[in-house]
Design a protein around this ligand. Structure first.
Ligand SMILES: NC(=O)c1ccc[n+]([C@@H]2O[C@H](COP(=O)([O-])OP(=O)(O)OC[C@H]3O[C@@H](n4cnc5c(N)ncnc54)[C@H](OP(=O)(O)O)[C@@H]3O)[C@@H](O)[C@H]2O)c1
Length: 253
């Protein structure tokens, strides 16, 4: 059955790859973007050519009022969401703790943590059977960084994703009897715009690949496919899981 899926940060990377696969399954897509209007519009056109409804909505998930407006716009233009993929996120650093900048930290946590929590709040308000909704699925994009405290200089980013994991486990328990599943998906190093700096430096890329048991970075489709499966009824007994998509995590020694 066709669903309405909102993807935050959906104009690029993992979010855009997920949108493409979901449209292939006949689902209607709301693409949230912050600055990437052109990318978002061109993706929406591509999805509509596949016969689904696709809209774009500008909103900064670090701003609570923007998140409320985002969901209201989706309600009005597509209908209440059946599923949400919280993919919007930013990296940080590399920065050691003695160089931490309070403003940058605030931006990081407002985007990666507050954004995920408030987007989940809006989703639950619409999906919960206790509130008259039909149930649904929330996928929060975390990171394998949460499992090791981040690569050197990425402890703040890791902490933000650790918060996403803890929140998702608690959220899943709160709403498990209200028809809502919530899962944290933890990608390992994946080639996207977020990792371009690494990917364009062959030596650095080779080093990172060497730290991954499978010996290579992931591709966006390899992360998007399990997300699409987790969103489907095939995954009907999966909630509160921390789902690693990482080529085996980190190679020690
Ligand atoms: N690539 C990896 O190796 C990797 C590994 C683990 C986890 N992740 C996570 O995967 C998610 C997707 O990242 P990606 O790798 O696909 O990189 P990406 O292509 O940079 O995607 C991130 C998207 O989030 C958007 N975004 C950032 N801040 C936002 C805000 N405040 N409001 C709305 N949208 C915002 C960005 O748009 P703007 O540029 O316009 O802000 C961008 O389109 C992130 O949560 C990231 O932390 C990535």
């Amino acid at each position: 059955m066709s669903k309405i899926v909102l993807i935050t940060g959906g104009a690029s990377g993992i979010g855009a790859a997920t949108a493409r696969l979901l449209a292939g399954h006949g689902h209607d897509i709301a693409i949230n973007y912050r600055t990437r209007e052109r990318q978002a519009r061109s993706l929406a056109e591509e999805l509509e050519e596949r016969g689904v409804r696709a809209i774009t909505v500008q909103a900064d998930v670090a701003q609570p009022a923007d998140i409320e407006r985002l969901y209201r716009e989706v309600d009005e233009r597509l209908g209440a969401v059946d599923a949400v993929v919280n993919s919007a996120g930013i990296g940080a650093g590399p920065t050691r703790v003695d160089e931490a900048d309070a403003e940058a930290l605030e931006r990081l946590f407002r985007t990666n943590v507050l954004g995920v929590i408030l987007s989940s709040r809006e989703a639950v308000r619409r999906m919960s059977t206790a509130r008259g909704g039909k149930g649904g699925v929330i996928i929060n994009i975390s990171s394998m960084a949460a499992t090791i405290g981040g690569r050197p200089g990425a402890s703040f980013y890791a902490a933000s994703k650790g918060a996403v994991d803890a929140f998702t486990v608690g959220l899943a328990k709160e709403v498990a009897r209200e028809g809502i599943r919530a899962v944290s998906v933890r990608p390992g190093f994946t080639l996207t715009e977020m990792t371009t700096t690494y990917a364009t430096d062959p030596k650095l890329l080779e080093y990172i690949a060497s730290t991954i048991p499978m010996g290579r970075p992931g591709l966006v489709e390899e992360v998007a496919r399990p997300i699409v499966w987790l969103l489907s009824d095939e995954a009907s007994f999966i909630t509160g899981s921390l789902f690693d998509v990482s080529g085996g995590g980190f190679r020690l020694g």
